[in-house]
Ligand binder design. Structure first.
Ligand code: SF4
Length: 387
């Protein structure tokens, strides 16, 4: 969390994506000493600090977090459920969000002014959310303006996006969606316009368009923010029904059809269950596809003795395998596949956060600038009002 500069003193590190600091790992400074991961007292310290804070603190744990963190979570869930939980507990002065940066931002947008949202490690970002910056999206939208298609184009942004992108969506008549309501969001958008501008996950956008709305692959184009004109001709942009942002999840993008074929050859009884952030060929080859909450419910309700290969983050798959020993739950990849940024939140960071609060210091608070929060809230509220 801290690094020595050339003079040997401790210096603040850069926040994600701000400037460059070649000599150090990106992150933030810690005012105190982080307890070491091997500290045998760590769990006791977490318990004691949490008990001292009582109802003033609420700890939210995303399903992809490590068990050592989930153990202390008051509520576990996916990003949307946790944002809602934050909003529905006004008694909690401090919301400690054990997830990634965009989730804590959404919570900050939805909680009351008296509540503070804290991310135990500010370097816990999301590579997918970082694939769409506000200036890149603005460049695309200006191109759409030039082509006179903004009034017929409805932006939809996946929950896994920065507050700035949610604000862009709110300002331009669009909505946020999650992996569970992407189909409803897209149908809603097509009632209001001729095309959808889907950010930032191309796979969720494509899977929803093709598998849920019955559109053709040729109805979708990919806007590549690193290429002039998004790598598209004007004609391709204007005639597209869905313009997909070229973003993806580095974790779910790893699952492949080859691995599915291998599993089926070795275990003919296996059922393949994957998240819609996986590539279209993987989702098409799977037996079942759905959000994180859907995956959990499917395994919970599966008959004893059933065999599963699950394509989502490894912490969750391991936890499902441990929680349901009467079912066989495999991880659908040959190599380890954690969400490395999620994994930055660990027990030492949680203890550091809680003990700082006990000492009266609020560290790593996430605040979304007022105007962006207002516009982003419009997009989030449109999602909540989806039929
Ligand atoms: S699993 Fe993928 S989408 Fe989720 S936080 Fe990690 S990188 Fe982002």
């Amino acid at each position: 969390m801290t690094s020595a500069d050339s003079s040997g003193t401790l210096s603040n590190l850069l926040l994600l994506g701000r400037g460059s600091d070649a000599g150090s790992e990106r992150g933030v400074s810690c005012e105190g000493d982080l307890p070491t991961p091997a500290d045998p007292e760590l769990r006791e310290r977490a318990r004691a600090a949490k008990a001292t804070l009582g109802s003033r603190v609420m700890i939210l744990g995303h399903h992809y977090q490590r068990n050592e963190v989930i153990e202390f979570a008051d509520i576990t869930g996916d990003s949307f459920k946790l944002a809602q939980a934050a909003a529905s507990h006004p008694e909690a002065e401090y919301v400690v969000f054990c997830g990634v940066h965009f989730m804590a931002e959404s919570a900050d947008i939805l909680v009351g002014d008296h509540q503070k949202v804290i991310l135990p490690d500010l370097a816990a970002g999301c590579s997918m959310a970082d694939m769409a910056s506000a200036s890149q999206v603005d460049t695309a939208w200006r191109k759409f303006e030039e082509l006179s298609i903004t009034s017929s184009t409805i932006p939809i942004t996946y929950m896994n996006s920065t507050a700035a992108i949610k604000a862009f969506t709110g300002k331009n008549g669009g909505t946020v969606c999650t992996s569970s309501n992407a189909e409803r969001a897209m149908r809603w958008a097509f009632e209001r316009g001729e095309r959808v501008f889907f950010l930032p996950d191309q796979h969720l956008g494509r899977n929803t368009a093709l598998l849920k709305l019955g559109l053709k692959a040729s109805d979708c184009v990919i806007w590549n923010p690193w290429k002039k004109n998004g790598g598209l001709t004007d004609e391709e942009i204007v005639s597209a029904k869905v313009i997909l942002w070229r973003g993806h999840c580095s974790v779910h993008g790893r699952f492949s059809v080859d691995t599915i074929t291998d599993f089926r050859a070795r275990l003919p009884e296996v059922k393949i269950l994957v998240h819609p952030e996986c590539k279209n060929e993987v989702v098409s080859a799977a037996d079942l596809v759905g959000s994180t909450e859907f995956i959990i419910k499917t395994i919970e309700e599966a008959p004893s003795g059933s065999v599963w290969a699950v394509g989502t983050e490894l912490n969750l798959v391991k936890r499902l395998a441990e929680t349901f020993p009467d079912k066989t739950v495999h991880f659908l990849d040959k190599t380890v596949c954690y969400c490395s940024t999620m994994n930055r939140i660990d027990l030492p960071h949680l203890v550091y956060t809680l003990e700082s609060l006990v000492a009266g210091r609020v560290i790593n608070q996430i605040t979304v600038e007022a105007e962006a929060a207002k516009q982003a809230k419009v997009a989030l509220e449109r999602m909540l009002a989806l039929p």
